[in-house]
Design a protein around this ligand. Structure first.
Ligand SMILES: [Zn+2]
Length: 495
């Protein structure tokens, strides 16, 4: 060493450090590690539900901003059928040959799998483990499974959920909670808002005293079980009484639309943690479900949601931005969040194509808000966005796909022969012509879009190809499974 002067040693060290630094920067980019992850779920938004909403908002297919994302695939959603029978690796929970053989097979399961509900699907895409319907963050033996939100917390990131349905509903619940039943919403809410381990953001509907932004009159002699139900989503009556003071377990509690709007605009003090409860006992209707330049669609929207007090209701886009402003406050480690357009599912259960399109528009406006935020305040090098559905609902096809002999709105025994007709596009601002062949969930593929660091990992997870789906929805036909979402996000998360 003495033959080389200090100058050389310093230069040598500097070169090594600089090289290591350059190498690590290059390696990080090549690894595709994500600082932030935003998972967006259209509940019950199968391919045709998405297409109907896209026709309504844009007048043609593939016009949504996520339609130009580099990853656009199908995704299977089936859940585990039985506690004592794991799904074998070679079991086809979704088989294109079976699915496309008849509309009657839309919710066909196997010996080991069945059509999922939101709880099992949310557990699958948050943890990577298939479980039984109704289960939140636990496997078929009711053991807690590791969620990607928990990996994010280990990496020092902040986490949160935003939804248009009650904030402790199955899809947001599966992002964070561990609970044997989705029905235990009070328990789920208490986990979400735990003083030490809770989420940074919990937002959604579930206000005990409002419907559609209007205060409701509670019967004086309300039955005990109805009172219990009223407070279930917000942790029970006792918890609600604490929430009403405006602060709870270190959270700031907001319920007024003005508070959501100010937070979304970054006005005033940004609190450290927020519980946001929109003014509806159930779903917050989409006041932005209309098209700005076609006022008649706003009229139609208003008619379909009679007597709503829109001034008292936040939009999903607004709640999403409000959440991001809190999650990014004094935080250089990043955040991971779930945003759910939760009521597309409810519209499709009700076979209400108009409401489904309005809900879809509210959801896609939230997608726009997220993309705008990334392009203005973050970048596609550090933020991963994954957009998909937890399952399809309502078996939506084009008109005259089957003759509904018994007029029950479901393709079943006694109905005439079936064909898979495409939706009839009626142009922008018009609801496309569709025929619903079911009222429940289906086992169909759902769409999946991804962009940002780690998104390319989905292409290594392909489980199969569906030629017919490729034709119908204009993609490669390649599909992944919903458990791959957790696999990809866990791998993509930057420490
Ligand atoms: Zn449903």
């Amino acid at each position: 060493m003495k033959n080389f002067g200090y100058g050389f040693v310093l230069t040598f060290c500097f070169t090594v450090v600089a090289a290591a630094f350059l190498f690590s920067t290059a390696a990080q980019a090549a690894d595709g590690k994500a600082k932030n992850v935003i998972l967006m779920i259209g509940d019950g938004m199968g391919f045709n539900s998405d297409l109907a909403g896209t026709y309504y908002r844009y007048g043609e297919a593939k016009k949504k901003r996520c339609d130009s994302f580099p990853v656009y695939l199908g995704c299977t959603t089936f859940s585990r059928a039985k506690k004592d029978q794991p799904i074998p690796a070679d079991c086809k929970g979704y088989d294109p040959d079976v699915f496309w053989a008849s509309i009657a097979n839309g919710n066909q399961g196997t010996e080991f799998t069945k059509t999922t509900d939101s709880a099992a699907s949310s557990t699958a895409f948050n943890s990577g483990t298939k479980t039984l319907n109704g289960s939140i963050g636990v496997d078929a033996d009711q053991k807690p499974v590791e969620l990607f939100s928990e990996v994010a917390v280990k990496h020092g990131k902040k986490i949160g959920t935003v939804t248009t349905v009650p904030l402790s509903h199955a899809t947001p619940a599966g992002f964070f909670a561990h609970c044997k039943s989705r029905s235990d919403m009070d328990e789920i809410f208490l986990q979400q808002t735990d003083a030490n381990k809770g989420l940074t953001i919990v937002m959604g509907g579930g206000h005990p005293f409002y419907v559609g932004g209007n205060k409701i009159k509670v019967k004086e002699n309300e039955k005990e079980k109805d009172t219990k139900k009223r407070f279930l989503a917000v942790g029970g009556e006792e918890t609600w009484n604490k929430l009403q003071t405006g602060s709870y377990n270190g959270y700031t509690v907001i319920t007024d639309e003005k508070q959501f709007a100010d937070l979304a605009a970054g006005k005033g003090n940004i609190p450290d943690k927020v519980i946001g409860i929109g003014k509806d006992t159930a779903d917050i209707p989409p006041k932005d479900g209309y098209l700005e330049d076609l006022p008649e669609t706003e009229t139609k929207l208003n008619a379909s949601f009679k007597d709503r007090n829109w001034n008292e209701l936040p939009t999903l886009a607004e709640m999403s931005l409000a959440a991001i402003n809190v999650l990014t406050k004094n935080n250089d480690k990043g955040f991971v969040m779930l945003i759910e357009g939760g009521a597309i599912d409810h519209a499709n259960h009700g076979q209400n194509a108009a409401r489904s399109c309005f809900e879809h528009t509210g959801f896609t406006k939230a997608i726009d808000a997220v993309i705008d935020w990334i392009e203005k305040n973050s970048s596609w090098d550090e933020t991963l966005v994954v957009i998909t559905a937890d399952h399809a609902t309502g078996q939506i096809w084009g008109p005259d796909s089957f003759t509904d002999e018994n007029e029950n709105g479901v393709y079943d025994e006694g109905d005439g022969t079936s064909t898979f007709n495409p939706l009839k596009n009626n142009g922008r601002g018009k609801i496309p012509d569709v025929q619903y062949a079911g009222k429940g969930h289906s086992n169909a593929l759902v769409p999946l879009w991804a962009k940002g660091p780690g998104s390319e990992l989905f292409l290594k997870q392909i489980k199969g190809n569906d030629e017919k789906a490729a034709e119908f929805w204009n993609f490669s036909g390649d599909f992944v499974d919903n458990t791959d979402i957790a696999v990809v996000i866990k791998a993509a998360l930057a420490p």
